[in-house]
Design a binder for this molecule. Structure first.
Ligand code: PLP
Length: 403
């Protein structure tokens, strides 16, 4: 693993400044380490940043995906459509609530689920699909207007997996700019603040929604399933005194939830990082454009991902597609050679439908096969210098047999 301190330029890593450290230390000196004011403050700032009515923080992006499935009441005898080119958590969230996963293919040039991939997956036999989780892979956006139209026609709820896409903006056919997270074409959007993502909370996630009922459910499932405010307590004998007033100590458990809270420590870091989002997104884009320019002469043997139409991505990953046959070297060999020169790379992702847990579905998804044969993720993070981009491309050019 290329981890912190290994002397290898990793494919992704956090960027922490003194003000982030001070924000965390302030919480450590305060009265509230969890369920305190830093949680509320971060959630309000996050909702405002992405243009959603509500933001619910939680302990990870994975917890956020699980909470979204719980809030929608997804469960057994149903299926959820998930693109196969994603982190396993997108699919696992459906399984956590007992639903089956209906994998969709992807565009082999962009790594993204296309509307047609979704339609084909929905046309396969199987348990009735009740939801779809489009994944904004690498930070580029799925065609959400088209997905929303399919979802509407087929009666699906849309949960966006935007773990790669904080800061991404897409445009509708009518030219409207839509920030990812505003839930313009979905019921909920899920983000991750793991250290490799665009901003970090250490570990953490956020679910955004515009629906007050879903918001209440997300809060309930995040904290054991407990409700504290009287929104119609069920157990009147426990909840109320003889005069019909709510007992001040009472909380009610009527649904099975989890402890998926994010602490004030994590949320303070998240809010401090969020203030830099615009700068982080701009820097990531500038680095990616530098890669694009330097790699152009290596085409078509080494190519960047196809750009999604109408999208200004909050890029999470910089992925290239490599014709390994043409360079006469396997991916493992190339990764080894780059690593010898201090350059960490990674593969995003092994198609989830081929993992042993999911393999029994026996599916053939040709777009994902083609993509998976060629993809390699190069380093991209805010702390990288232009010179480091140049060095990565130079190493790639040499390894790929150029001069
Ligand atoms: C990172 C990630 C997740 C999970 O987020 P965690 O915070 O690590 O739990 C889910 N989906 C995608 C696409 C991701 O990249």
């Amino acid at each position: 693993m290329s981890g912190p301190g290994s002397g290898v330029l990793p494919y992704g890593r956090q960027s922490i400044d003194e003000d982030d450290i001070e924000a965390v230390v302030r919480v450590l000196r305060s009265d509230w380490l969890t369920t305190g004011p830093a949680v509320r403050s971060f959630e309000e700032a996050f909702a405002a940043a992405v243009g959603a009515r509500y933001a619910v923080s939680c302990s990870s992006g994975t917890a956020g995906l699980h909470l979204a499935a719980l809030a929608l009441g997804l469960g057994p005898e149903t299926s959820v459509a998930v693109p196969t080119n994603t982190f396993v958590a997108t699919a696992n969230a459906a399984r956590y609530v007992g639903a089956q996963v209906r994998f969709t293919d992807i565009d082999p040039q962009a790594g993204l689920m296309r509307p047609g991939d979704l339609e084909r997956a929905l046309d396969r036999p199987g348990l009735p699909a009740t939801a779809v989780s489009p994944v904004h892979f690498a930070g580029q956006t799925v065609d959400m207007e088209a997905v929303a139209e399919i979802a509407e026609r087929r009666g699906l709820a849309v949960i966006e997996d935007a773990c790669h896409a904080l800061g991404s903006v897409y445009h509708t056919q009518a030219g409207e700019a839509v920030p990812v997270g505003s839930c313009r074409h979905s019921v909920m959007t899920v983000f991750s603040m793991h250290p490799v993502k665009t901003i970090t909370m250490g570990e953490g996630g956020v679910v955004t929604t515009n629906d007050p009922a879903l918001h209440r459910k997300l809060l309930q499932f995040r904290s054991h399933g407990i409700v504290r405010q009287d929104e119609g307590f069920i157990a009147a004998d426990l909840a109320l005194d003889d005069a019909g007033n709510a007992n001040p100590w009472y909380y009610e458990l009527s649904q099975l939830g989890f402890n998926y809270r994010a602490s004030d420590i994590n949320c303070a870091l998240g809010e401090s990082q969020l203030r830099k989002l615009d700068r982080f997104v701009a820097r990531r884009l500038a680095l990616a454009e530098r890669y694009d320019g330097l790699l152009a002469p290596l085409g078509p043997v080494v190519r960047p991902l196809r750009k999604a139409a109408g999208c200004r991505p909050g890029l999470h990953l910089y992925v290239v597609l490599i014709d390994f046959a043409a360079i006469g070297m396997s991916r493992a060999e190339l990764m080894g050679r780059l690593r010898e020169q201090g350059i960490g790379t990674q593969v995003h992702y092994i198609p989830v439908h081929r993992q042993p847990l999911y393999r029994d579905c026996g599916l053939h998804l040709p777009g994902s096969e083609r993509y998976y044969r060629q993809c390699l993720t190069l380093p991209l993070h805010v702390g990288m210098s232009d010179e480091e981009v140049d060095a990565v491309v130079a190493a790639l050019r040499v390894a790929a047999g150029g001069s």
